[in-house]
Structure formats: structure tokens, C-alpha cells
Design a protein around this ligand. Structure first.
Ligand SMILES: C[S@@+](CC[C@H](N)C(=O)[O-])C[C@H]1O[C@@H](n2cnc3c(N)ncnc32)[C@H](O)[C@@H]1O
Length: 242
């Protein structure tokens, strides 16, 4: 079942193909608030992987390559899959000096790799587009070596996201249930980073350092006092395959 029917484009594929030209700018750099959201995720990846021994890395839904950029010039063999061919071409150009193989694939069809291959798998802001995300978790587990790591991110159902549920083109996750599925697939949760709490438009509109500092302090306080699964808009997990 591997390999996608390239003649039929899904809505998500069309959306990200159209978005590819200005994706990095509008998603991560247009305001101080967006840069902060980007930092939360990429700092988590950087801090947790800096001492790992990685020879082979996969990013699922690598987009415009913002996470892969953290692994440039590190002599790591990089693999990536993405459903949007325009994203793929853009990222391929930027990474042409690297030992990299980027594939145009739909993760719904499974991961086109053999078992026990990767030391690190990253999947950020992607599982929310995958109805059959349980199958994708099993596929991620399959292709990871024993004792290797994955960094996965999902949006939280019990957060302000829930108010946009009927407008959104993605799924929200009940975090305790997601953790159960992780465990079922042989993942141990090593670390959890709760993300921002307030609606996205507030971060998008935030352009002063002072307001951002207030916002991020409030995020930190709320994330400390609220229980797992309540409040923050997204969760990033560092997982070990046991
Ligand atoms: C919101 S972007 C995130 C990009 C990147 N992970 C990041 O954090 O910057 C989502 C990416 O997932 C890709 N994607 C969505 N559904 C996919 C699928 N079924 N199979 C493979 N890639 C998919 C999109 O094309 C897009 O590049």
C-alpha cells in the first residue's frame, strides 16, 4: 500500500502547496508572537537532541524545513516525507548540500521505510491532519530502533482550540487518550512540553517584546498550575521507544 496516487490531490495537499511560497514567513516570522511559538518547539527539539547520537533522522511532514534546519552540517543522514510537492521542492533546494532523501508521500499510506531504521523521528504540526493517526503512531514505532527517540506534537482538545473546532481543518487530541495510544505503541513518555495557552490570533498580533514577555509568563504560570490535558493549545512529547 506504499506510494500515493499522485493524480488525486487532497485538500490538505492543495492547501500546503498554495501556502508553500510564504509558509515560513506567515507561520513563524510575521510577528514577535509567532517567533516565540516557533522557538518553543525548536528549542524543545534542540535541547533534547543536542547530546543524542543520531545517524539517521526522519521528519514526517517537514514542510519548509524549519525543524530540519537544526540538523544541518551535522553529518546526519536525513529522510523526510511530505504530501505537498511544492514544500518538497523548496526544502530540497535549501538542503541540497546535505545527505538527504525527501519523498513525496502521504503518511496515511504508511511509512516507506524498513523496520528498526531511525534514531530520531520528528512529527510536528502534522498528526492533526491525519484521521488515522493511530496507524501513523504504529508506523513510527515500527521504523524506529529500540531505545531511539521521537518528538511528536499534537493540538489539545481541552484548550481554546475547542472554540474553533467547527471551522478548523484539523483534529484535536484528548491528551490522556493520546498518551495511552503512545504507550500501546511501545513509547515511553520521557518529557512533555506544554505549549502556548491563548488563542493563536493573540500571538500573531503580538509585536512588542514587553507584551510578549507578559504573555509568555502567563503561559508558564498557567501551564504550571493546570493539570495535564487542560489549557495549553498544544503538547510536544519526547518519546523513547522501549
Ligand atoms: C503545518 S505544516 C508543518 C511543517 C513542519 N513540520 C514544521 O513544523 O514546520 C504541516 C506539513 O505536513 C504536511 N502533511 C500534511 N498531511 C500530510 C500527509 N498525510 N502526509 C505527509 N505530509 C503531510 C503538509 O504538506 C505540511 O508540509
Amino acid at each position: 500500500m506504499l506510494g500515493m496516487d499522485k493524480s488525486k490531490k487532497t485538500e490538505i495537499q492543495k492547501f500546503f502547496n498554495d501556502f508553500s511560497a510564504h509558509y515560513n514567513q506567515s507561520a513563524f516570522f510575521d510577528s514577535e508572537g509567532l517567533m516565540y511559538l516557533d522557538r518553543v518547539e525548536r528549542d524543545f527539539i534542540r535541547d533534547n537532541t543536542s547530546s543524542m547520537k543520531i545517524s539517521r533522522l526522519l521528519e514526517i511532514g517537514f514542510g519548509a524545513g524549519r525543524n530540519l534546519r537544526l540538523f544541518k552540517n551535522k553529518h546526519i543522514k536525513i529522510d523526510g516525507i511530505d504530501i505537498a510537492e511544492n514544500m518538497l521542492e523548496k526544502t530540497r533546494k535549501e538542503f541540497k548540500e546535505e545527505d538527504i532523501v525527501l519523498k513525496h508521500e502521504d503518511v496515511n499510506n504508511g511509512l516507506p521505510y524498513r523496520d528498526d531504521l531511525f534514531d530520531l523521528v520528528i512529527c510536528i504540526r502534522v498528526l492533526k491532519y491525519i484521521k488515522n493517526w493511530r496507524f501513523v503512531l504504529s508506523e513510527i514505532s515500527r521504523i524506529m530502533k529500540k531505545d531511539s527517540y521521537a518528538i511528536l506534537e499534537v493540538p489539545n482538545l481541552f484548550s481554546v482550540h475547542v472554540f474553533g473546532l467547527f471551522l478548523a481543518n484539523y483534529f484535536l487530541f484528548f491528551i490522556p487518550n493520546f498518551i495511552k495510544e503512545l504507550n500501546k505503541n511501545g513509547f515511553e513518555v520521557v518529557k512533555v512540553r506544554k505549549g502556548a495557552v491563548f488563542p493563536f490570533f493573540i500571538y500573531k498580533a503580538t509585536n512588542t517584546r514587553r507584551f510578549l514577555s507578559l504573555l509568555s509568563s502567563l503561559d508558564d504560570v498557567l501551564n504550571k498550575i493546570l493539570p495535564i490535558g487542560l489549557g495549553s493549545r498544544n503538547y510536544i512529547f519526547l518519546l523513547k521507544k522501549v
